[in-house]
Design a protein around this ligand. Structure first.
Ligand code: FAD
Length: 430
C-alpha cells in the first residue's frame, strides 16, 4: 500500500497529528472538542456528509429531504482551524507502525480515533441480506423511499387483487426504535397522504407489518411504555406481530419460524446491528455485536495512542456494553479529546463514565414514548418532548427551519411534498 505523502495532507507538521476515522457523532464531536488543543486533526469519512440518523426514517417515508438531515463535513469543520477533512474509505490499521490504511494510501498518525460506527447485521442469512432493505445511511433511506413510492405506482397497473396486496404489503422486521418509528411513519404516509394521490386505492389492500421476535416492541423501555407504543402502533393501523422470528425472505415473501409465510413486496430489516468491519480488520479482540474491546479509558489494549468510540467500541458501563446511541458516541468523543489533550501535555488517561440522558421513540403524529430517568411520558406529551429534543439537535439552524416547516406542513395539511422517485445514475464515466 502506498503512503499518503505529507505534501498531500497538511503542510509540514510540528504538532502531533490526530487521525479520526469516521465523521459521525463520535468522530465529529471529538474533532470539535480538539479545536483548542495543540494538535493537527485529520478527519476521514467514506461520505462527504455527517448524517443525523434519528430522522433517517423520515427520509424513507417522504417527510424530509436528505439535505435536511445531513450536512457536508467540510461545512461543519469550517470554523475549526486545526481540522482537515478528506473523503476516504478506511480499510485497516498497522498499529505497530502507527499507520491507518485507506483506499487512498496509508496515513501516519500520532493519535488515532476509530469511530466508524455500525452496520446492519443479517446474522449470515443470505436471503435476508439479499431481499431486505436496510436503514443505516442516506443511500438506504432514499432507496426505501423510492421503493415505497414505486410499489404504489406499480400497483395501479395490476389487476389481480392478490398481487396488488403483495405489492402493497410493507414488512418491517425488528420492533426497536427504528422499526417502530418507521412503521408508524409509513402507515401515516399511506393513510394520510398517498390515499389522496391514489383515489382508487383500497386501503384494505395495504398492510404495514411490524415483526418482532421478542414478546413486545421497544424491549429497552419499561413495560408500561412498551404497551403504550404497541397500542399507538395498532391505532395507526400497523399490524404488530410479536414472537415472530423471521427466518428467510424471497423477493415477495417472508417465512417465519414455524413455517408461516407472509406475502410482502417490501421487507425492511432493522432487527440486527453490528459494529463496522474495521474492528475485524484490526485483528483485535471483539465483544458482542463485533464491537472492539477497549480499556475503561477507551484506549485499545496495548495501544495507548489508539482510541475506539461510539458504536464501534464495546465500552462497558454498569457491567454491560453501552448501547449504540448518539449520547454514548458524543460523550466518548469528548472524553477522548480531553484525554488526547492530557497526553499531549504529558498527563494520563482517565476512565470514561457514561451519563444516561434517557431514551425516546415516536410513533407518528401526536404519539411518542420517552423514558427520562424516573420520568416516563407517552402519547401527546411524549410527542412534544420528542419534537423539542429532535428539533434542537438537528444539525444546523438552516436544517432546523426546513425540518420545522416540513413537519408543520405535514401536521396541518396531511401532506408530504417530497414524494419523488429519484434514482441516481452511475456517475462514474470514463
Ligand atoms: C435509522 C437510525 C436511527 C437512529 N436513531 C437514534 C436515536 O433516535 N437516538 C440515538 O441516540 N441513536 C440513534 N441511532 C443510533 C446512532 O445513530 C448511533 O449510535 C451513532 O450514530 C453512533 O455514532 P458513531 O460516531 O459511532 O457512528 P456514526 O454516527 O454512524 O458515524 C460513523 C461514520 O463513519 C463512516 N464510516 C463507516 N465506515 C467507514 C469506513 N470504512 N471508512 C470511512 N468512513 C467510514 C460513516 O460514513 C459515518 O459517517 C440511530 C441509528 C439509525 C441507523
Amino acid at each position: 500500500m502506498s503512503s499518503v505523502g505529507p505534501d498531500q495532507l497538511a503542510p509540514a507538521r510540528t504538532r502531533p497529528r490526530v487521525v479520526i476515522a469516521g465523521a459521525g457523532f463520535g468522530g465529529l464531536t471529538c474533532a470539535r472538542a480538539l479545536r483548542n488543543v495543540p494538535v493537527d486533526v485529520l478527519l476521514l469519512d467514506r461520505n462527504n456528509y455527517h448524517l443525523f440518523t434519528p430522522l433517517l426514517y423520515q427520509v424513507a417515508s417522504a417527510l424530509l429531504d436528505p439535505g435536511e438531515i445531513a450536512r457536508p463535513v467540510r461545512a461543519l469543520i469550517r470554523p475549526l482551524a486545526n481540522v482537515e477533512f478528506r473523503q476516504a474509505e478506511v480499510t485497516g490499521a498497522d498499529l505497530e507502525r502507527r499507520s491507518l490504511m485507506t483506499d487512498r494510501g496509508a496515513i501516519p498518525y500520532d493519535y488515532l480515533v476509530l469511530a466508524t460506527g455500525s452496520q446492519s447485521d443479517y446474522f449470515g442469512n443470505a436471503s435476508l441480506a439479499r431481499h431486505a432493505f436496510g436503514l443505516k445511511d442516506l443511500d438506504e433511506g432514499l432507496a426505501l423511499r423510492n421503493r415505497v413510492l414505486s410499489q404504489f405506482e406499480a400497483s395501479r397497473w395490476v389487476t389481480d387483487p392478490e398481487k396488488r396486496r403483495t405489492l402493497l404489503t410493507f414488512a418491517v422486521v425488528g420492533a426497536g426504535p427504528t422499526g417502530v418509528e418507521l412503521s408508524g411513519a409509513l402507515s401515516e404516509l399511506i393513510r394520510l397522504v398517498l390515499r389522496k394521490d391514489y383515489r382508487d386505492l383500497d386501503l384494505r389492500e395495504v398492510r404495514v407489518l411490524l415483526l418482532e421476535a421478542a414478546g413486545s416492541p421497544l424491549g429497552t423501555f419499561v413495560p408500561a411504555l412498551r404497551q403504550a407504543a404497541r397500542r399507538s402502533l395498532e391505532k395507526k393501523h400497523v399490524e404488530v406481530l410479536l414472537d415472530a422470528k423471521v427466518e428467510s425472505a424471497t423477493g415477495d415473501s417472508i417465512r417465519l419460524g414455524g413455517g408461516k409465510e407472509i406475502a410482502a413486496g417490501t421487507i425492511v430489516w432493522t432487527a440486527g446491528v453490528r459494529a463496522s468491519d474495521l474492528g475485524q480488520a484490526l485483528g483485535v479482540p471483539l465483544g458482542r455485536q463485533k464491537r472492539v474491546t477497549v480499556e475503561s479509558t477507551l484506549q485499545l489494549p496495548g495501544h495507548p495512542v489508539v482510541f475506539v468510540i461510539g458504536d464501534l467500541a464495546g465500552a462497558i458501563g454498569r457491567g454491560a456494553q453501552l448501547p449504540m446511541l448518539i449520547p454514548v458516541a458524543m460523550q466518548e468523543g469528548k472524553h477522548v479529546a480531553a484525554t488526547i489533550c492530557e497526553l499531549v501535555g504529558n498527563g494520563g488517561a482517565r476512565a470514561f463514565r457514561y451519563k444516561d440522558p434517557g431514551i425516546m421513540a415516536t410513533i407518528g403524529r401526536n404519539s411518542a414514548v420517552a423514558e427520562l430517568g424516573s420520568v416516563h411520558l407517552s402519547g401527546f406529551l411524549g410527542w412534544l418532548m420528542w419534537l423539542a429534543v429532535h428539533l434542537v439537535n438537528v444539525i444546523s439552524f438552516r436544517s432546523r427551519i426546513l425540518v420545522l416547516v416540513n413537519w408543520a406542513w405535514d401536521y396541518l395539511f396531511y401532506d408530504r411534498p417530497i414524494r419523488l422517485i429519484v434514482r441516481a445514475r452511475d456517475e462514474n464515466k470514463d
